[in-house]
Design a protein around this ligand. Sequence first.
Ligand SMILES: [Zn+2]
Length: 329
Amino acid sequence: MDAVQTIQSVWDALPDNEALLDFDTFLIGDGAKSLMGLDKPLFMFNFDEKEDEKIVCENDLSEFDKNPVYIEDVENIFYDIKKEIFERFGYLKRKSEQFSGQLFLEKDLIISQDDQYLMEYLKGHDLNENSLTNAIAQLCAYKELGFLRVKFYSVDDCSICNAFDGNILVVENLISNFCVKNFFSHEFMQCKFVPVIEDRKYFANYLDIDVENVFVGETLVENFPIEYTNELTKILENVKYKKVIFCNFSKFEDVTNEVVIEVKENLYVDNKYLESYSPIDLLKIWLGSEEKIVEKVEGSIEEIYYLNGKRVKKTQQGFVDVESGEIVK
Ligand SMILES: [Zn+2]
């Protein structure tokens, strides 16, 4: 049988007049909008067959595909989340210090008039959903603290959100888009945002963003970056270093390309962003790689290559994987 006959026989075997399901069109690629959460929930399988005749469709999105949870206490969620974030950065304390002698209700330092309007809007537009309220409250807190951009971290572990994991997004745009039901990943996704703090010196003027000395297990962390508290605690749990020191490498004259340096039992991490990599990303890459070379990749676009899906760069030893430091060619 030749190719034409094979295709013909496949067509002949298809049932007549069967309309494509949204799911099919999604996979074929016309981007059915309803599946992206604009009109209805992501997957709407509706099987009328008896239990034993049921077709079981497996998809790796089913795990997260929960029904939206609409809530009445938008105010409480907003309050709790903003309070937690404000306290983490020492904002309430600093804000009240600025107005010496004045008495403030804690509530008034946390919930602004803008928040009130926004919460009314969410309730009036069927946007008072648990995950969404949570996300918007995080963003409002960061906006008020002066952070312009955030890094997105997937919480529901679905494949769409995983694809966006680590992306850097603009706070203001996110809030606006969420409010018109434009969810960049999918409807009412769960997510965690971490502020992108590139200029630590600037923010240190009015927020607590680094804690001088913090012990994580046996390791002393100097200039512990507050925004990564949970993640850093987790990744440093079992490291062998005596000290992990976050600092600005530009003050070291003899350091040119490195962003993580091991000196005896101590580890120095440059506390600046490198493209979209945060200092914590760089530390994670370091701890995960065997060769222990994490270097700044500088220069023009031409110097970066791709090999087997990995970013590599040309060195005297050959082509080196940018992330793992391994020589790959
Ligand atoms: Zn997701």
